[in-house]
Design a protein around this ligand. Structure first.
Ligand SMILES: *Cc1c(COP(=O)(O)O)cnc(C)c1O
Length: 342
């Protein structure tokens, strides 16, 4: 059976063009610095993201933690949203790897208030205080929301006024750029460093990019080795990464349109509440009424060949990507209709 997988955009499989590129990739030993395909990817990524240099890393989680380790000293404080990926989904790595303290701020719809950030930046040299080492933003937020450019700019200005660097968790920054109809550089402009996942909606099998100033990336390259991320014939992974960066980043509007279509149709089903205004990228969150038989709903989806994550606290998420087009969405809707209407 051909499964329809709507659990996440991490499930995307490499496209036929990516598999061919992997097969054909010219490789070297990237720890020696002579894998030409990795070098091509790093050059292209730096250019695309408007940064001096870029580094290819195994995952988004790795890239974020590497950024914390490279920006901060042990005991530094990092200011970030209380619902961001680094806080929730990176296994407490910030305490283990960089040895930093996370100072979280409420971030409604993923937006950090510049005034709230400013209040938390440590001023002066009181010996009791940790040093503020970094501010982290996330765009698009993993809750599916896109942060307006003005909100990012306001935080960047506060950060610059205090000499604190900004790191952008841009796992889905191309989704954000697509939604905002801007160049991705208009977003990355507001951060010193940025991490971008090639392996989510962009469909590469493995890998993320950490981009920033040349000196920072040189230090990050050494820290990547320390973290066990020095890789050898990685050109076979960089080759599909290049296609992710240059081609797959151009087609995300299709995923967004499919998510919106799904949301609008879902809104007509009994027992479902969708906040249509919150559907900005390739994610649809919806609330199921307490009366919905969740076990039956999940069984119906499985029988129809659909992999979906069960609801958490009544909220269910469906994610669209290159392997979930209109026809697949119709099948998901039909299964949900069957479970909800009977
Ligand atoms: C998925 C994600 C990551 C981590 O990426 P992995 O490649 O899964 O490690 C980091 N930040 C955000 C916002 C994400 O959505």
């Amino acid at each position: 059976m051909q499964w329809i997988d709507v659990r996440s955009d991490t499930v995307t499989q490499p496209t036929p063009a990516m598999r061919q590129a992997m097969f054909d990739a010219v490789v070297g030993d990237d720890v020696y610095g002579d894998d030409p395909t990795v070098q091509e990817l790093e050059r292209a990524a730096a250019e695309r993201l408007g940064k001096e240099a870029a580094l290819f890393v195994p995952s988004g989680n790795f890239g974020n933690q590497l950024a914390l380790l490279t920006h901060c000293r042990r005991g530094d404080e990092v200011i970030l949203g209380d619902d961001c990926h680094i806080v929730w989904h990176e296994t407490g790595g910030a305490a283990v790897i960089a040895g930093v303290q996370l100072r979280t701020i409420a971030s409604p719809d993923g937006v950090l208030s510049a005034a709230e950030v400013a209040k938390r930046i440590r001023i002066g040299d009181d010996i009791h205080h940790p040093h503020t080492g970094l501010i982290c933003l996330e765009n698009a937020h993993s809750n599916g929301r896109v942060i307006p450019l003005a909100a990012m700019q306001a935080v960047a200005e506060v950060a610059a006024a205090h000499g604190v660097p900004v790191h952008l968790d841009g796992a889905r920054v191309f989704n954000a750029a697509t939604y905002l109809q801007c160049d991705v550089r208009d977003i990355t402009l507001h951060a010193d460093t940025v991490m971008v996942c090639l392996s989510k909606g962009l469909a590469a099998p493995v890998g993320s990019i950490l981009a920033g100033p040349a000196g920072f990336i040189a230090r990050a390259r050494k820290n990547r080795k320390l973290m066990g991320g020095g890789w050898r014939q990685a050109g076979v992974l960089a080759a599909p990464g290049l296609i992710a960066l240059t081609e797959m980043s151009q087609r995300l509007a299709e995923d967004h349109a499919n998510a919106r279509y799904l949301a609008e149709r879902l809104a007509t089903l009994p027992g479902v509440t969708v906040d249509l205004a919150s559907v900005e990228i390739n994610m649809v969150w919806f609330r199921l009424a307490d009366s919905v038989d969740v076990a039956r709903l999940m069984a119906t989806l499985t029988e129809a060949g659909i992999k979906a994550n069960p609801p958490e606290a009544g909220m269910m998420r469906i994610v669209t990507h290159w392997q979930v087009g209109r026809a697949e969405i119709e099948r998901v809707l039909a299964a949900l209709q069957q479970a909800l209407v009977g």
